[in-house]
Ligand binder design. Sequence first.
Ligand SMILES: [Zn+2]
Length: 87
Amino acid sequence: MATYDTQVLLQHLNDKWHGVKCPLCQADKWNVSDNVFELRQFNQGNMIIGGVPIVPVIPVTCSNCGNTVLVNALMTKAITPPTNKEA
Ligand SMILES: [Zn+2]
């Protein structure tokens, strides 16, 4: 069970990628993660909860070589933007 709308993501990839092959190995089979991950602003190794920019990403991995593309989950509209301005 994915934690985001996989149909929206797949439609986004179909619209934007047009069946693109992996740029590293030329395979054409991608796997999308079931989960959304986040890129957190680096802060000299100190973990700060809240108040720092976070980029939600969905890993899309080449099933042949493992090359992984991080797609911004907000741009795909597969998740709804957070409404909490503190987050
Ligand atoms: Zn590949």
